[in-house]
Design a protein around this ligand. Structure first.
Ligand code: IPD
Length: 266
């Protein structure tokens, strides 16, 4: 039996709430960077791992034949056609510093297409959801992107990878963007940046080098709220450049970012 996206969304909501509780309880104690990944600043806490273990276990119990891809290493193919894409803590550096902008991000794909997404941010008291062709919501209230019509008037968020090479390239791009927009934000969790575009509390977001777990759920929230989501050539944003924007400014922003594509690649 093929699952319907609504059922997957309901499961993702339950599991994200459980992981969120675990993280809020864990955050009340000591939190330390346990190890690092791509660079010394790319940290992992014990709670990143505990959250991913909880999510993977709960999904496996409920739907043993599904696949899963998680930031902290979960990777199983599955046989059902459903795959879960999980970021157990998006915004780990915020979590480490006890800044509230972090989230548990869970997306469900059917046959390679994301059909449901949850971005659960307990410290903000916000839960974003989306169903493909079913709209996006914040705590059950429908979301819509902003009506901004010029890049000059746009509040644009971005993010930075963790390696020196990537950051050097990203700063070169940012130098070109800052004078051309209303202002820039770097809030520290890609999934929540995408949800903010959906809610119209940001006009656009771009970043180079995102991984599927950073954007799978938030990208659907943004799309379903009316954002245009894509990359440099209009194709769906992959690991190159990922852009989500209110429709009128997507083109101008991509044009600006594309002026020197080499500066945005490493
Ligand atoms: C990071 C955050 C950050 C973005 C980085 C991501 P993590 O995810 O989403 O905002 O700029 O590219 O790696 O490491 O906190 O899960």
């Amino acid at each position: 039996d093929r699952p319907v996206a609504e059922e997957l969304l309901a499961l993702a909501l339950d599991v994200a709430a459980e992981a969120g509780d675990l993280l809020v309880r864990g955050r009340a104690g000591d939190v330390a960077a346990e190890s690092t990944k791509s660079s010394p600043t790319d940290v992992v806490t014990a709670l990143d791992r505990a959250s991913e273990e909880l999510v993977a276990r709960r999904l496996r119990e409920a739907r043993p034949d599904d696949g899963i891809l998680g930031e902290e290493g979960a990777d199983a193919a599955g046989t059902s056609g459903v795959r879960w894409i999980v970021d157990p803590i998006d915004g780990t550096v915020n979590f480490l510093y006890n800044l509230p902008n972090w989230a548990v991000s869970i997306a469900a794909e059917i046959d390679g297409e994301v059909v449901a997404g949850v971005v659960h941010a307990p410290a903000l008291g916000r839960t974003y959801t989306a169903l493909r062709a079913g709209g996006a919501a914040l705590d059950g209230r429908p979301l819509r992107v902003s009506a901004v019509d010029s890049l000059t008037m746009a509040l644009v968020a971005t993010g930075f990878g963790y390696t020196v090479e990537r950051r050097t390239a990203q700063v070169a791009v940012l130098t070109r963007v800052v004078p051309r927009v209303r202002d820039i934000r770097r809030m520290g969790a890609a999934s929540l940046d995408l949800c903010a575009v959906a809610a119209g509390t940001l006009d656009a977001y771009y970043e180079r080098g995102l991984k599927p777990w950073d954007h799978a759920a938030g990208g659907l929230v943004a799309t379903e709220a009316g954002a245009v989501v894509g990359g440099l050539d209009g194709a769906p944003g992959g690991e190159d450049l990922y852009v989500a924007a209110s429709p009128a400014i997507f083109g101008p922003l991509v044009d600006l970012l594309a002026q020197d594509p080499r500066a945005d690649r490493d």
